[in-house]
Design a protein around this ligand. Structure first.
Ligand code: EPZ
Length: 469
């Protein structure tokens, strides 16, 4: 059994999850995270590989019948789940720390297992590579999640434009290509919305199609460009990734590759906010500052200094926090995945800020939990009006989705007293060893079983003395 280890409290513990054992699904995680606030952070944090790149690239490895070696792969529950889905499709996976070896030579199955896909929306992206390689794919509809309905109509319409017959039956998307060689055909596709997932699915499908495919109004996220660079390294012919028009000239097949995944810009943004909200000076690497232009611009507007030092290193220097307005948009606009962390930051700023979420229809559920900690936030439709308060106070709160959980951790760092965060499985999905990294920066925190929380536990020593309030 190949294991992925998640670091907790600086000592690795092996979850009983495995990359390949499709029956090993995580039980309900009953632990809670206790954070003692008024933290002052100090030091350096190492940023992990990008979750949203690694997931798409793991699906992209299905396009290739030869060895793929990935470097800088983050240790996350979502990565583990994608590994289990690939394994269920007949793919061989071997994991060694941040290195993941994938071989899809024996890609036999075209049906992705429902119980696994329902746990990981991104797994729907395998439909493109499966169709491109096998001419048939059966993938369960991923269904909605806490932040929105998450339809896949743009994926389906694009595949139909490339000649696939697609119908949905009992919650399963059945797609197949008729004709002798069962090959998709190049097509001109205009996306009604620059969807990241639809762009990635169609770009992957087009790599092995007959002829040329043009994707217009494509998503421009760095993760899309990283996936394209991975496919190009395998021999694909892709132009324009990272712009709103991508052109793919199909090739008969792809070859083995060794590829390193880009740093996680959302994890980077989260730690920059951790520095700003605790008035701490910290450094982060390895990062790509260009991937964070909108985020850094907003941090500077709020009053923090963000300095690009060596090529891949950023330093955040604290400043007085001023209110500002934020509207989430597709890249290069302000990322929706940073909306919740910035809301936590703006609860501590001077003045009123308006945050408008335009990408997902239900991504403000962290407001109630932040208000439980003494924030002053009102919601009107997809707008949140944040009135800055001098101090937050620690409280028992519940994480509702991945980025909402990060916002609660950030608010807890600045709050008076102890905060207890429940439903940590959200956090484990997308942040690699967050607790270990925060502890290294001097935060006092610990993960304990829920019941232990009832019996008051001792306060763990922190590595850095907290500033006198
Ligand atoms: C990706 O999701 C990311 N996930 C999300 O990160 C991120 O928030 C999102 O892009 C936007 O940046 C991964 O890469 C695994 P979309 P994705 O398709 O591809 C609508 C995180 O926290 N839409 O760009 O699912 C959709 O409902 C996660 O790490 C359709 O209407 O996002 C949404 O409103 C959360 N029809 C909007 O487009 C479709 O067929 C953007 O979705 C597809 C999407």
């Amino acid at each position: 059994m190949q294991r992925i280890s998640l670091i907790l409290e600086d000592k690795p513990i092996n979850h009983s999850l495995s990359l390949t054992d499709t029956n090993a699904l995580p039980g309900e995680d009953k632990s809670v995270l206790q954070i003692w606030g008024r933290a002052s952070l100090k030091g350096h944090v190492k940023i992990s590989g990008a979750k949203n790149s690694a997931l798409a690239i793991m699906a992209g490895a299905l396009l290739c019948p030869e060895d793929c070696r990935l470097h800088n792969v983050p240790s996350l529950v979502d990565i583990m789940r994608m590994g289990q889905i690939l394994s269920a499709l007949g793919v061989k996976l071997e994991n060694n720390g941040e290195i993941l070896d994938i071989n899809a030579r024996h890609l036999g199955q075209s049906q992705a297992p429902y119980e696994l896909v329902s746990q990981l929306r991104a797994s729907f992206f395998v439909i493109g590579p499966l169709l491109a390689r096998l001419g048939v794919a059966r993938v369960p509809l991923p269904g909605g999640c806490a932040i929105g309905a998450r339809p896949v109509d743009l994926h389906v319409r694009g595949l139909q434009a490339m000649g696939a017959e697609v119908h949905i039956d009992h919650g399963i998307v059945h797609a197949y290509v008729s004709g002798n060689n069962r090959k998709l055909k190049g097509a001109k596709i205009y996306l009604d919305y620059p969807s990241v997932g639809a762009t990635e699915t169609l770009m992957m499908a087009a790599t092995l199609a007959e002829g040329e495919t043009t994707i217009e109004n494509a998503a421009q996220e760095p993760e899309v460009a990283d996936l394209a660079n991975f496919c190009i390294a395998m021999g694909a012919k892709i132009r324009g990734a990272g712009t709103n028009t991508i052109i793919v000239s199909g090739v008969p097949n792809l070859h083995s590759v060794e590829y390193s995944i880009i740093p996680d810009r959302i994890e980077t943004g989260t730690f920059l906010v951790a520095g700003a909200i605790t008035h701490s000076e910290i450094t982060l690497s390895s990062v790509v500052p260009d991937h964070l232009t909108a985020v850094i611009a907003k941090l500077r507007e709020i009053g923090a200094k963000v300095i690009a030092e060596e090529p891949n290193c950023l330093r955040i220097v604290p400043g007085r926090l001023r209110a500002t307005d934020i509207e989430t948009l597709p890249y290069p606009g302000f990322p929706t995945d940073m909306q919740a962390p910035f809301m936590a930051l703006l609860t501590k700023s001077e003045g009123d800020s308006v945050i408008t979420e335009t990408v997902f229809e239900n991504r403000l559920s962290h407001v109630a939990e932040l208000n439980r900690m003494g924030a002053d936030i009102r919601v009107k439709g997809n707008h949140a009006i944040v009135r800055g308060v001098p101090l937050l106070s620690g409280a028992p709160v519940v994480a509702t989705d991945l980025r909402a959980s990060a916002a609660l951790v950030l608010a807890a760092l600045a709050a008076e007293g102890k905060t207890t965060i429940q439903r940590l499985h959200h956090l484990d999905r997308g942040y690699d060893n967050l607790e270990g990294k925060l502890r290294q920066l001097g935060v006092r925190l610990q993960r304990v079983q829920e019941e232990a929380e009832e019996e008051e536990t001792s306060v763990p020593e922190s590595k850095v003395t907290a500033p006198s309030p």
